[in-house]
Design a protein around this ligand. Structure first.
Ligand code: SF4
Length: 114
């Protein structure tokens, strides 16, 4: 856990957060996207999270948002990002690491450039 004096984690500069002029549901309605790691969800929470996932699926920057969220675990430990919750992002990161090695972010960046 971060203490009050600890610096805020910085984003991995290799994958900047994608830009869009479209309104983003996670910004216009951030309460929809709240989900704590390990949270035992009520039906109300599950319904809300499903609405957040649906909003992400229609988001024009969802694919790049997912890359950013996966590359920045310290900035995305909770919440719904690109239709995923924390546990799902952890699983995706593990698979990326198994496939591409510990610097999977660098491999993904190189693949995007190529
Ligand atoms: S995909 Fe990312 S940017 Fe788009 S609404 Fe979901 S969390 Fe926000």
């Amino acid at each position: 856990m971060r203490t009050a004096n600890a610096p805020a984690p910085e984003a991995d500069p290799r994958i900047p957060f994608p830009h869009t002029n479209s309104p983003l549901a996670c910004r216009t309605n951030p309460a929809l996207f709240v989900h704590e790691h390990g949270q035992t969800s009520s039906k109300e929470d599950r319904d809300r999270i499903e609405r957040a996932r649906t909003a992400c699926r229609g988001c024009p920057i969802a694919a790049d948002c997912l890359k950013w969220a996966l590359a920045n675990p310290s900035l995305t430990p909770t919440g719904v990002w690109a239709a995923t919750i924390s546990r799902e992002r952890t699983g995706l990161r593990r698979r990326l690491q198994q496939r591409h090695g510990p610097d999977w972010v660098g491999v993904v960046v190189q693949a995007d450039v190529a």
